[in-house]
Design a binder for this molecule. Structure first.
Ligand code: AHR
Length: 329
C-alpha cells in the first residue's frame, strides 16, 4: 500500500509538472523560474530578399540567445499588415515593440497608440518620417546614405582607372518612399554630382525584388541599349535579376557594363568573384543582437542610444576577394 501511495504522488507531481509546463508554454510572458520574461513584438516587412530572410533568421536566433519571448509577424510587403500587427502587439500588452517600416510615412496614429499604452518602440533597419517627436525610442539599422556615397566613390575611382570621359548610369531603386531607397539614391547622387563624367540616364523602381530587377533591366536595355555604361542597383536581389537580361542582350556584365550592388549576400559575393559584378557595398542584416540588448534596456527603464549603425565594408574588383568570410545570408 505504502509503495502505491508513493507511485500516486509521483504521478500527481508528474501531472502537475506537465500542466505547469503547458501553462508556461501558453503564456510566453512567464519563464520557468516564474519571473515575467520580456515579450517582444516584432513586425517584419516580408521575405522579399535574401537580406530580409537573413534578418528574420538573425532576429529569431538572437531572441532565443537572450531568452526573449518573440511574437513574430510577417507583413508580406503590406503596410496595413504591419499596422494591424502593431495593434495586436499593443492589445497583447507586449513589453517592447520592434518593427521595420516598409515605407517612411503613415505611422503616426498607430505609434501614438503604442506610446499611449506605454510600450516603447524600436525601429529596426528602416526609419519613419513624422512631424511628431518621441514616437519611437531609437533606430537600429544601416547608414543607407553612406552606402550610396560608397557606391558613388567606387564609381569615381573606377572611372579614373579606366580613364573614361563619360559614364551613362542607370539606377534600379528599392521600394518607393522607403528609407534605403531615398538615402541610397541621395548618397550616390551627392557623391557623383561634381564629377562631370557622370550622367544618370534614368532611375527606375525595382521594389527590391529580383523579378522587378529583371523587368527594369529589360525596359532600360530596350530604351538605351549599349549606351548604358553603369548599373547602380539598390540591392543584390534586383542585381541578380538584371544580370541575365544584360547577357541576353549580348553584353557582358562587369566588362561592357559596370555593375554596382548593395547588400553583400553570398550569391552576390560569388558573382562578384566571377567578375560579373564590380562592386558590392555591404549592408548587414545582422541587427538582432543590438535589438535584443536595446529591448532589455527599455524594459528596465534604462536610456538607449537614439541611433545605432553597424560597421559596413565595400567589396570590389579593386581588392583581394579570396578572403571574404562566408556571409551567412
Ligand atoms: O532595408 C534593407 C533593404 O531591404 C535591403 O537592402 C534589401 O535587400 C531589403 O529587402
Amino acid at each position: 500500500m505504502k509503495k502505491r501511495r508513493i507511485r500516486n504522488s509521483v504521478l500527481a507531481l508528474g501531472i502537475l509538472t506537465a500542466v505547469s509546463t503547458l501553462m508556461f508554454a501558453c503564456n510566453p510572458k512567464e519563464t520557468e523560474t516564474g519571473d515575467p520574461g520580456l515579450l517582444l513584438g516584432f513586425s517584419q516587412i516580408g521575405s522579399e530578399s535574401a537580406w530580409r530572410i537573413g534578418n528574420t533568421n538573425d532576429i529569431e536566433e538572437q531572441a532565443a540567445n537572450y531568452g526573449i519571448n518573440l511574437m513574430f509577424e510577417n507583413a508580406n510587403q503590406k503596410q496595413e499588415n504591419q499596422i494591424a500587427a502593431i495593434r495586436r502587439f499593443i492589445a497583447y500588452k507586449v513589453d517592447v515593440i520592434a518593427f521595420s517600416p516598409i515605407v517612411e510615412e503613415g505611422w503616426d496614429n498607430v505609434l501614438q497608440e503604442a506610446k499611449d499604452a506605454g510600450i516603447p518602440v524600436i525601429l529596426v533597419d528602416r526609419d519613419i518620417s513624422s512631424e511628431k517627436e518621441d514616437l519611437t525610442a531609437c533606430l537600429i539599422g544601416a547608414d543607407f546614405y553612406s552606402e550610396g556615397v560608397k557606391a558613388g566613390e567606387y564609381l569615381i575611382r573606377k572611372a579614373d582607372s579606366m580613364e573614361t570621359e563619360e559614364l551613362h548610369i542607370v539606377e534600379i531603386t528599392g521600394t518607393d518612399n522607403s528609407t534605403p531607397m531615398r538615402q541610397r539614391q541621395a548618397g550616390f547622387a551627392d557623391a557623383i554630382k561634381d564629377d562631370e563624367r557622370m550622367h544618370i540616364l534614368e532611375s527606375i523602381d525595382g521594389d527590391f525584388l529580383k523579378s522587378r530587377g529583371a523587368e527594369c533591366m529589360r525596359t532600360l536595355l530596350e530604351k538605351y541599349g549599349d549606351e548604358i555604361d553603369v548599373v547602380y542597383s539598390h540591392n543584390d536581389e534586383m542585381t541578380l535579376g538584371a544580370l541575365p537580361e544584360i547577357e541576353k542582350a549580348g553584353l557582358v556584365p562587369g566588362k561592357d557594363i559596370i555593375i554596382i550592388s548593395i547588400d553583400g549576400g553570398q550569391d552576390a559575393i560569388d558573382v562578384l568573384k566571377s567578375g560579373k559584378i564590380n562592386c558590392v557595398v555591404e549592408c548587414t542584416p545582422k541587427l538582432g543582437k543590438e535589438v535584443m540588448e536595446t529591448a532589455i534596456k527599455l524594459k528596465n527603464g534604462e536610456s538607449v542610444e537614439p541611433m545605432i549603425h553597424p560597421e559596413e565594408q565595400v567589396f570590389s574588383d579593386e581588392g583581394d576577394l579570396s578572403n571574404i568570410a562566408p556571409r551567412g545570408y
